[in-house]
Every structure is written in structure tokens, then in C-alpha cells.
Design a protein around this ligand. Structure first.
Ligand code: 3BY
Ligand code: FES
Ligand code: FE
Length: 416
């Protein structure tokens, strides 16, 4: 029964004040969570995994998201395909979550058998009038964005994915994700709402105090500082940083590597940001000493091209010369979110010879654990009756304000 004592979701959206974090219910309520799944995980493009999850024909990977189970596979012609993991007979799941190698897709229940193109090849006992051609697996709308597989579960997907596709073509393709291999996967369950996971990733206000490992190589994005509020040393550092970016971006672009920021963080259907970032210290990679961890580089072939970062509304990625990290954010409940990060290396790089796995992964493994603790802490706080939305820093948290505004706009656009 509808609980009349609780305000409608639209009232919560009305309560959102610009420059401030969201009203508690938008982070904590079950009905908002269901609405979020519907709007942001079924009606928008979401990242589900890199194409090197299925490197060879017959490789399949199952991803469960927003109540749907999806099969990503590589067919016999080497093409990526994505299907709903729902048998056209009586609906049974065909494959289990995780990866497998298949020559055909055989439903375990009554052995209906599908080609890797999704066509139904074999369905015993169905009689002469049964039309196999009407019973292919249901395909899922997907785009391969420079090797990052994005799907949209709606029949009316946002058209501005074209802008992200251009980023994939111009900035990500040179890294040749197709010829990388997953060296390591880390699944972290964060005890918080998915929006807190995203908010936490979009600011580095918390970095100095919480990420000693990442801070060796990571320079915070420059979203503009208030010179008045900075100490003379910080002001000097910010000015140096700004000058460095100005020079480096021009130099990279002159060499043919697009580097300037592209921001679709508000007033757009899809939400993303990319920029080629400078790496601190030795300047090569997000490792304990900021040097490349992998001797055989990715397709870009250089380790002096910084870190091309890409944020989506359920993902973040860092493309570096020696390796790439990709992260998918998958909501599991109002207060439970799966963060799945993968480390990709040149497919010919051999562990123990070309890289040491701990050296490759330790920075982000630690960072993710630290962030998970922060997200848990944050969710616990916003669930407390004492919570009232707090003010975002107009400098280091501007992009959170854009995210919250985008969130409200997209909810409105879908009738809330
Ligand atoms: O992954 C990012 O985009 C960075 C790293 C830490 C915080 N965040 C802004
Ligand atoms: Fe798949 Fe019957 S449900 S073959
Ligand atoms: Fe963090």
C-alpha cells in the first residue's frame, strides 16, 4: 500500500537546493532506488565492461545489472554482441554470472540451442509449425566506445551517445583495448548508495587526507580555485599547476593527441567528462613510484602521454601508457553498490616478466578500499535523522553540484 505519510519523489527533487548535497531520501529510500534503476540504469547508456572481457570467438561474459542479466560475447566472426540472458522458451537463465567459453548457447533447462549470433538453431519437441526465426535471443542495444562496451536497455536510447563515441574514436581507440588482457579484477561492495560512490569519485577534496598511495601520481583536476582562500604556498602551487596544464595540453595536441577537457556534466542526456591529465612525479602511471609498471606498453606505445580519464554516470576510467583501469558502478540496493575495477595490460605482457602484479594494482586496490570506507561512512551519515544537505565547495566540489543538478533534471525528464 502506498505510504501517504511519505512525500512523493518529486517533492524530494523540489527540495534539492543548488550548491548543496541531495535530500536524504534521494540517497536512502527504496522507492527512489527503484526509480534510479529505471531512469539511470535502464533508460541511459551504462558501461558494462571492456571488450577484452571476451577476447576470442566463443568467449562470453555475463553481467547482472538493474534486474537484467546480459550476455556479452564474441561471435565466430570476431564481432562483439550483447543479448539478454533469457531463454526464449520459458525464460530460464542460459549462462551463469562470470565468464565462460561456448561454441553455442545451450539453455540448461530443455536444451534450446542458440548460435553466437543469437539465432535459435535447435528446439526439440516444438512441432512442425514452430517458427525458430521468431525465437532468437533478444539483442541489447550497445555501443563499443573505444573498447568500452556501453548498453542501453531502453528502446529509445539517448542520442547524444554520439558525442561519447567521438571521444572513443579520437582518444581511446589508440590504446587498442581490443589487444589488451584483464590482468586483475577487484570487486568491492560499498555500503552506500550508488550516487555517493559517484560523488566520491568526482572530487579529490578528500584525497590528501585519505589516499596516500594515489597522491604520489595523481594531481587533482583543476576546477578553479578561489585565490583568496588559498595560502601563499597553495596559491603558488595552483598557479604552477595551471601553467603546466596550459603548456602540456598544447604540446600533446600539437603532436596529434587530443587532450583538452570535454565536459557533458549538466544539461545533456548523457553525463561524461574526459581530459588528458598530467601525472605527478615520474609522470608515467598510477603506480607506487609513478613509473610504468608494465614493460610492454598498450597500443598508444608511449608512456609520456599522461592519463586520459573518462567519467560516466556509472563508471570511471584512466588510460595510461602502460595500463588502463576501468571501473563499473553497479547498484545492488539503496545502500549497497558494487564497484568492479579491472586492470588491462597489453595482451602479450607476461606477469612476472613484464610486470609485477602488486606493483601494477596496489595503488587503486588501496584507493578503492579507502573510498569504500568513505562511502559507507557517508551513507551512514545521510541516513541519520540529523542529516541536512550540506554545501558543496564551489571550487573542489563544483562537479558534484553539476551531478546533483543533472540527476534532478534527468529524473524530471522521465516524469518524476
Ligand atoms: O578517478 C578519479 O577520477 C579521481 C581519483 C580520485 C578522485 N577522483 C577525482
Ligand atoms: Fe530454456 Fe526451456 S527454458 S529451453
Ligand atoms: Fe577517493
Amino acid at each position: 500500500m502506498l505510504d501517504q505519510s511519505r512525500s512523493a519523489i518529486s517533492t524530494l527533487l523540489d527540495e534539492r537546493r543548488e550548491g548543496h548535497s541531495l535530500p536524504a531520501g534521494l540517497y536512502t529510500r527504496e522507492d527512489v532506488y527503484e526509480a534510479d534503476l529505471d531512469v539511470f540504469f535502464r533508460k541511459h547508456w551504462i558501461f558494462i565492461g571492456p571488450e577484452c572481457d571476451v577476447p576470442e570467438p566463443g568467449d562470453a561474459s555475463v553481467i547482472d545489472v538493474a534486474g537484467s542479466s546480459l550476455i556479452m560475447l564474441r561471435d565466430d566472426d570476431g564481432e562483439v554482441r550483447v543479448f539478454h540472458n533469457v531463454c526464449r522458451h520459458r525464460g530460464a537463465r542460459i549462462l551463469d554470472e562470470g565468464t565462460s567459453v561456448v561454441s553455442k548457447l545451450v539453455c540448461p533447462y530443455h536444451q534450446w540451442t542458440y548460435e553466437l549470433t543469437g539465432e535459435l538453431a535447435y528446439a526439440p519437441h516444438m512441432g512442425r509449425d514452430f517458427d525458430k526465426t521468431c525465437n532468437s535471443l533478444k539483442p541489447v542495444n550497445f555501443r563499443n566506445i573505444g573498447g568500452l562496451i556501453h548498453v542501453c536497455l531502453s528502446d529509445d536510447p539517448p542520442a547524444d551517445i554520439d558525442a561519447l563515441e567521438a571521444v572513443g574514436r579520437d582518444r581511446l581507440l589508440p590504446y587498442d583495448l581490443k589487444n589488451t588482457r584483464v590482468a586483475f579484477t577487484q570487486d568491492v561492495i560499498e555500503h552506500g548508495n550508488w550516487k555517493l560512490t559517484i560523488e566520491n569519485n568526482r572530487e579529490c577534496y578528500h584525497c590528501a587526507a585519505n589516499h596516500p598511495e594515489l597522491c604520489v601520481s595523481y594531481i587533482d583536476l583543476d576546477f578553479g580555485f578561489d585565490p583568496e582562500s588559498l595560502s601563499p604556498e597553495d596559491r603558488e602551487r595552483a598557479a604552477r599547476h595551471e601553467a603546466l596544464y596550459a603548456r602540456q595540453i598544447v604540446a600533446w595536441e600539437a603532436e596529434g593527441y587530443p587532450s583538452a577537457a570535454i565536459e557533458h556534466l549538466s544539461k545533456t542526456e548523457s553525463n561524461f567528462r574526459t581530459q588528458r591529465l598530467i601525472i605527478s612525479g615520474a609522470g608515467e602511471s598510477q603506480t607506487p613510484d609513478a613509473r610504468a609498471a608494465v614493460a610492454k606498453l598498450t597500443g598508444i606505445g608511449r608512456k609520456d602521454l599522461g592519463d586520459t580519464h573518462l567519467w560516466g554516470h556509472n563508471s570511471w576510467h584512466h588510460f595510461m601508457g602502460d595500463h588502463i583501469i576501468v571501473a563499473a558502478v553497479i547498484p545492488l540496493g539503496p545502500d549497497k553498490t558494487l564497484l568492479r575495477m579491472k586492470w588491462l595490460v597489453n595482451k602479450d605482457a607476461v606477469e612476472g616478466m613484464d610486470y609485477d602484479l602488486h606493483n601494477l594494482t596496489s595503488v587503486w586496490v588501496a584507493t578503492n578500499e579507502e573510498d569504500a570506507a568513505l562511502v559507507g561512512r557517508s551513507h551512514a551519515g545521510v541516513s541519520d535523522p540529523a542529516y541536512v544537505p550540506g554545501m558543496y565547495s564551489p571550487f573542489t566540489e563544483k562537479q558534484l553540484d553539476w551531478f546533483a543538478g543533472w540527476y534532478v533534471d534527468r529524473m524530471r525528464a522521465h516524469g518524476y
